[in-house]
Design a protein around this ligand. Structure first.
Ligand code: PMP
Length: 390
């Protein structure tokens, strides 16, 4: 079969391949980015669905406007730390759809997207379908390194968009400092580029203070904020959103029409009902409590079972932490050894567009029980020790 050129750029996601293996019950998986399903409000959702069917069943099952359900968009405006009117919000099928649309709107084949190094694999894959090239900006504990960003901006006339995850980044779990955020906006202004601020995890902060969003520093309407209920509520309903200036949001609405007309009408009403008439804040507090305990357990187990010479990030929230091994260790090869011991993680190379960094991996702590976290890290420690001896 003859396929479009863009198909040559898209490869099966390593995480998806891995996740297939990790469905086996004996596997302790730190690989996916799955929320804890035992925290999904299943019982409440039964009553919510019945209520919606009783009160507005016909409209919940009918086509509805592309922009999304107005009361949900109003509720979203109240959640964010920047000024936004309902007209600046478009409901999408998860924030993943916002990523896809962003490249569709800004990227011609061969254009360059600037991103963090490492960055979210799912975004890189979505962008690759538009035949984008990438420039990776170095990162440290405070996020993207601005001197490196400035150098890359100077050297890259084909740059068309900057993609960043400033809060509890996937895959590192790091959060950008306020100073970097301010400088970042100055540079984006200077080089006149649109910024995709992808923020699925910011609300899940266990400690410290949430820094202002990039969008809150944006005075020129160049930041496009992507939000989602996947991590604060549940991912299965596929409800996310885009918030952008009048000019930009209209472009997103146009491509949304062509992609799928609108987001699921029933799911939008269900989420709206939960966040307005149930204890949404209490629900998030509960998620944070459980994830904090799991993060703490994972960090303690790492201290106890991982050998010296291994470093890791310290996430103040979110779902992930990032482990770096000595440079001579290839974590992809090591992942097969870990799988023999029934433990899975995602090798770090997957999170770099050019895939050439080989000694790190991502650990997810939201989806396994306390016992499995400790046991899995213990087994992983033994696998790492073995590799470092060899
Ligand atoms: N962005 C980031 C950084 C993510 O980690 C994820 C999900 N893992 C998404 C976007 C997509 O999330 P969703 O489509 O479920 O909102």
């Amino acid at each position: 079969m003859k396929y479009a050129d863009r198909m040559g750029k898209i490869k099966a996601s390593e995480i998806r391949e891995l996740l297939k293996l990790t469905t086996k019950p004996e596997i302790i998986s730190f690989a996916g980015g799955l929320p804890a399903p035992e925290l999904f409000p299943v019982e409440q959702m039964k009553s919510i669905t019945t209520k919606i069917m009783n009160e507005q069943g016909e409209s919940a099952l009918q086509y509805s406007p592309t922009e999304g359900y107005v009361p949900l968009r109003e509720a979203i405006c109240k959640q964010v730390d920047f000024e936004s009117s309902v007209d600046n919000v478009l409901i999408t099928s998860g924030s993943q759809q916002g990523l896809d649309f962003s490249a569709k709107i800004f990227i011609n084949p061969g254009d360059v997207i600037i991103c963090e190094s490492p960055s979210y694999l799912g975004a890189l894959n979505a962008f690759k379908a538009y035949e984008a090239n990438f420039k990776e900006v170095a990162t440290d504990e405070e996020g993207m390194i601005m001197e490196d960003l400035e150098r890359i901006l100077k050297e890259t006339p084909m740059a068309r968009m900057i993609y960043v995850i400033p809060d509890f980044q996937n895959p590192t779990g790091r959060t950008w400092s306020i100073e970097r955020r301010k400088r970042f906006i100055e540079l984006a202004n200077e080089y006149d580029l649109p910024v995709i601020e992808d923020n699925p995890y910011g609300a899940l902060r266990f400690e410290g203070v949430r820094p202002p969003s990039l969008k809150s520093f944006d005075t020129e309407g160049r930041v496009i904020f992507l939000g989602t209920f996947s991590k604060t509520f549940c991912p299965g309903l596929r409800i996310g959103w885009v918030q952008a200036s009048d000019e930009l949001i209209n472009k997103y609405i146009l491509v949304k029409q062509g992609a799928d007309l609108q987001t699921n009408s029933l799911a939008q009403r269900e989420i709206h009902e939960f966040i307005t008439n149930y204890d949404f804040e209490g629900h998030i507090e509960n998620i944070k409590k459980v994830y904090k305990r799991r993060r703490d357990l994972m960090l303690e187990a790492i201290e106890k079972y991982f050998p010296e010479g291994v470093t890791h990030t310290y996430p103040e929230g979110g779902l992930f932490l990032w482990v770096s091994l000595p440079e001579y260790i290839n974590t992809k090869e090591l992942s097969y050894k870990a799988l023999e011991k029934n433990v899975a993680y995602v090798p770090g190379g997957s999170f770099y567009p050019d895939g050439d960094k080989k000694n790190s991996f991502r650990l997810n702590y939201s989806n396994m029980t306390d016992e499995k976290i400790v046991e899995g890290i213990k087994r992983l420690g033994a696998v790492i020790k073995e590799a470092m001896k060899a």
